[in-house]
Design a protein around this ligand. Structure first.
Ligand SMILES: Nc1ncnc2c1ncn2[C@@H]1O[C@H](COP(=O)(O)OP(=O)(O)OP(=O)(O)O)[C@@H](O)[C@H]1O
Ligand SMILES: [Mg+2]
Length: 96
């Protein structure tokens, strides 16, 4: 449930940012599981050039920490923005 909530909120903020800031023509949202990780990727073809974290990006980073995930943003000026959240999936049988 925590992973679901974090993915939902990160996708929501990332898509809101694309709509508000990117000036994009296209955005792609991709969610997939490979081995022991779940990856959420939101990529747009807008203006790129994200430099500093505002409240929205800080909030995404804080949420990522809750599920031991890493959040990275690649945003070269003029070449769009790609945000990637990688969440480690816990093994069901782990003794917790
Ligand atoms: N997809 C994007 N394309 C271009 N610029 C972006 C994108 N996402 C974020 N930015 C830039 O990064 C800044 C920080 O984003 P952040 O979400 O932290 O704050 P915000 O959207 O301005 O405000 P809020 O706190 O309401 O989310 C934005 O103000 C914008 O300049
Ligand atoms: Mg924002």
């Amino acid at each position: 449930p925590n992973t679901e909530l974090v993915c939902y909120r990160v996708a929501q903020e990332a898509l809101t940012n694309v709509a508000r800031h990117a000036g994009a023509e296209k955005v792609r949202l991709d969610l997939h599981v490979t081995g022991e990780h779940l990856t959420l990727c939101v990529a747009d073809d807008g203006k790129g050039g994200v430099v500093a974290d505002g409240a929205g990006i800080k909030g995404m980073r804080e949420r990522a920490l809750l599920v031991d995930a890493t959040l990275s943003i690649a945003s070269p000026p003029g070449e769009g923005t790609e945000l990637r959240l990688v969440v480690p999936l816990r093994v069901e049988s782990s003794a917790r």
